[in-house]
Design a protein around this ligand. Structure first.
Ligand code: FO1
Length: 325
């Protein structure tokens, strides 16, 4: 079975680990979000691609869900000693090697998709990981920061990572803009994978800055909508709150309430054929079905790989129900 998964960071990576366990013989292609990418210290850092690669390759810092296990931060400390910032983004020594290799290959003229393939050669994630685009797309967030000495606030656009990590999403996101998306092209293999897929899954990744950013690359949303195969998503919102991260902050920026049903409606029946909500949100099944999206309430907390595998099985079962409907 050929499965295509649109993945962001931590939630997407953990779901993929379950999917691999649920259907070990499936051919899985992951279209990875690159809107979180950031250039630091002359290096290109791809958080969502690395989180998928490290999680499935066995190198992830499990409790954090990002960065490497057995990490040290000597380079970060030395940079700080030189007064070279930013200090709010925790790049570890092992992680630096990934960004050095990536930046070196990009500098040699390899596109990000080829670089990602080369990095995955070491990690063997057991899926094909393709960035959504080889073109640069970086999500920025419009915020109003408190003015100096309580003066009027200052409105500015900050890089997503600064909003997410330095500001901890402590101020409302007034707008979320995937800068460059409108000129970006799907990376080689993306549209082909969608066209050849037997099923397409939206894991419990952030619907705005992860899945939403992938869908913002011209051609990808249309390819999925026209693929003619079941498209099934899993809600990242459980009981009106995001399971992880601060998805509710960016959902507000696009006028979507932080509920499992609202996220399904946001994707729309033009895209989604099926939607899984957690059992605590069983009351919203009717509303989702009224939106023309088949809906089931199942446990959606990825407490361990087996739990994620059960979720993946439920998603694939719903896809088969949709296919035979
Ligand atoms: N998240 C944090 O909350 N704090 C960090 O210092 C941090 C550093 C970091 C370094 C590399 C990387 O790949 C991810 C990192 N993240 C950090 C997570 C990152 O902000 C998120 O994984 C995604 O961008 C959102 O899905």
């Amino acid at each position: 079975m050929r499965i295509v998964v649109l993945a962001g960071g931590i939630g997407g990576a953990r779901f993929l680990r379950g999917l691999k366990r649920a259907v070990p013989d499936a051919d899985i292609t992951v279209i990875g979000n690159t809107g979180d990418d950031i250039h630091l210290f002359g290096l290109k850092v791809c958080p969502d691609l690395d989180t998928v690669m490290y999680t499935l390759g066995g190198g992830i810092n499990e409790e954090q869900g990002w960065g490497r296990t057995d990490e040290s931060f000597h380079v970060k400390e030395e940079l700080a000693a030189y007064g070279v910032g930013p200090e709010w983004f925790g790049l570890g020594d092992r992680d630096f090697a990934t960004h050095i290799v990536r930046t070196q290959m990009l500098g040699a003229g390899f596109p990000l998709s080829a670089v990602t393939e080369a990095l995955c050669d070491r990690w063997q994630p057991g899926v094909r990981l393709i960035p959504m685009s080889d073109d640069r797309v970086e999500t920025h967030v419009a915020v109003t920061l408190p003015g100096a000495d309580g003066g009027p606030g200052e409105r500015k656009a900050v890089h997503f990572q600064e909003y997410w990590v330095r500001l901890r999403a402590s101020v409302p996101a007034e707008a979320v803009v995937p800068v460059g998306a409108e000129h970006a092209k799907p990376a080689p293999g993306v549209l082909e994978a969608v066209a050849e897929a037997d099923v397409i899954l939206f894991p419990p990744s952030n619907p705005v800055v992860s899945v939403g950013t992938i869908l913002a690359v011209p051609g990808i949303r249309e390819a999925i909508a026209d693929a003619g195969v079941p498209v099934v998503g899993l809600s990242p919102i459980v009981g009106d709150a995001p399971v992880r991260g601060m998805a509710d902050k960016v959902l507000a920026a696009v006028g979507v309430e932080a509920t499992a049903a609202a996220v399904a409606e946001h994707y729309g029946s033009g895209l989604l054929d099926g939607w899984l909500v957690d059992t605590v949100d069983a009351g919203s099944v009717e509303r989702v079905e009224a939106a023309g999206i088949r809906c089931r309430a199942v446990p959606l907390m990825m407490t361990d790989v087996d739990a994620a595998a059960r979720m993946a099985q439920e998603a694939l079962a719903l896809a088969e129900e949709v296919r035979s409907a």
